[in-house]
Design a protein around this ligand. Sequence first.
Ligand code: WT7
Length: 583
Amino acid sequence: MQGAANIVHKDTRKLKKTPNLLDYEKTYKTFNWQEAESEIDYFKDKTLNAAYNIVDRHAKGKGKNKIALFFEGQNGEKEKHSFLNLQKLTNKFANVLAFFNVKKGDRVFIFLPTIPERYIAFLGILKVGAVAGTLFPAFQEVALLDRLLDSGAKIVITNSVLYPRIKKIWSKLPNLEKVIIVERGSVIYPKDKRIFYFNQEMKKASPDFKIAHMKKDDFAYMLYTSGTTGKPKGVIHAHHDILQAVWTTKFALDVQGDDIYWCTADSGWVTGVVYGILGIWGLGGTSVIFEGRFSPASWYKVIQDYKVTIWYTSPTAIRMLMGSDVAVKEFDLSSLRFLGSVGEPLNPEAVWWSLEYFGLPFHDNWWMTELGGICIANFASLDIKPGSMGKPMPGIKAAIIDGDGKELPIGKEGSLALKPETVSSLMKTIWKNKEKYNSYFSYNWYISGDRAYQDKDGYFWFVGRADDVINTMGERIGPFEVESVLVEYPEVVEAGVIGKPDELRGEIIKAFVVLKAGVEATEELKEKLKDYVKKHLAGHAYPREIEFIDKLPKTRSGKIMRRVLKAKELGLSTGDTSTLEDY
Ligand code: WT7
């Protein structure tokens, strides 16, 4: 592999392993999802269950003693589980849920750190045919209430550290019947008949379970994601979506038999679910789960200790590694053979840096919560043009279109769209919001909301979001959610929130705040507002910058014009402001 001019050239004969996808062009032409079905298993009655594909089929076969999960806890404690063991544990948890009368279609949510119980619970939920929801551990009461109320979650699985946040809002959640507390770490035992304990229930449960037979489009998991307006939306994925998870893990992440794989994404987000659970175990692969905090040294140590071969991470993490003085050379990272990145634009410097320091380039890929799996990728066998997201996954038709749904010529910037019938893991609906679901489609395209262009060699290049959605550290944040929390603060009249470009985090959240008359605009108040958002919405979704202003730019109908705030912030032209009220 060598970097010449601005292309990373690949010589597939010199790679440590021959890539699963060796001939991209040929495969792209011949791939079809019907034939690809051979990669997943159905029951005799033609139904399936994603959890059976993830665990049981491997636990039955030769690979039953293969390690599925290596766990390292925050205090360095280690644990490992074979597929056979994972089968028993997930069956037990499915029995626990069945005993609690959880039925097909019920929503069960997981609010836990990165510990084995999070994965066991997720798969147990799938096995009973319920819908698994995951929650990011940084969520606070507003974010939790939005999701648990909208989904009507029946049970939440959490731990003693996070439970107090649920307790605060439980009275507002009429459907939440029970909380199951995982005893790992310190445990408190609140006196509440509706609270149960993970290990205590698991002890009573049988390791045998008759897995629910599900239709292809029956719901398996849901994740809330943010748009420009309104509360977060519940994106619903089905059992059959495992097909694309498996194929992309094979083709876009190049996972093979004895690879040791580490996807660093938290399973509160879609990457952590699809590539931390569905894809890797769907393929029968070995995955590392690390609870410890991020630091360059702790991450390099994980790679060294577990001899990680495939590493899937995010641009912000890569930039933090680049900016650190912890030397890559101090660790033996020679096990690595393929690096992937997702979530936000990967700047070309990051690719050159990894080539220099790891001897391997990062492979950027692109998708969205709604899409359920990688759609555009830089593949192991293809040259990389640093800064580009790569080419469509075999089976997927992607294009750049104009406002009338017409495909634009090479080089022209437009709306990045996909043919929905070619994305096998596309969401099935938006929970209780058909209208929102329908709004994604026009002229027979799925509209991503991203602006991009395609070059003459077929590579896609990301330009930016077409809407006001903020992408900070690879996480999608709706400006409305942050604004709503800010205006709850007694001294605040209104707030407008934008994403401001940031070298490290991609974007940071910046809030423009209008204070009540007579309130003094102090630095101290800014800190208080930041804390307020951290404590009420989520630890990661607070405005790192706050500016007090007298008035927000609004349309005549009263909508905040965030693009005007953004243009002002960046010193750009404010564009068409004819709909703007006097400002
Ligand atoms: C949005 C989706 C896909 C899992 C994690 C994020 C942005 C995603 C890239 C990339 C530039 C990217 C897009 C997209 N995005 N990957 N490789 N380059 N931007 O999932 O939270 O649903 O966000 O993230 O804007 O629409 P998500």
